[in-house]
Design a protein around this ligand. Structure first.
Ligand SMILES: [Zn+2]
Length: 91
């Protein structure tokens, strides 16, 4: 799991995600399944606590060590888009 502080920390993972183009499946808001290079899927959880701290967790090895993996980057691009839509709907 890692704490998301800004998009800068995602740059490398986004580049990798663009190259690999994993499949991202929507499970529910904040929970996504992302395909791995060797097949199978990893689960990525994006959540925000009540202090506004954004945490992202991925079930891959890198993610468990707290690294920003491309699964997380791929899931976040979908998550951020959905979060924006939600805000537009609720406001
Ligand atoms: Zn991962």
């Amino acid at each position: 799991m890692f704490i998301l502080k800004g998009v800068d920390q995602l740059t490398n993972a986004i580049t990798k995600a663009k190259k690999i183009r994993p499949r991202v499946e929507f499970d529910r808001f904040g929970r996504y399944r992302v395909s791995g290079i060797r097949g199978g899927y990893y689960t990525v959880i994006c959540r925000k606590d009540n202090r506004g701290v954004k945490a992202v967790a991925c079930t891959c090895r890198g993610g468990e060590k707290g690294l920003v993996c491309y699964h997380a980057a791929a899931a976040l691009s979908l998550h951020i888009g959905l979060a924006r839509q939600r805000q537009t709907i609720t406001v």
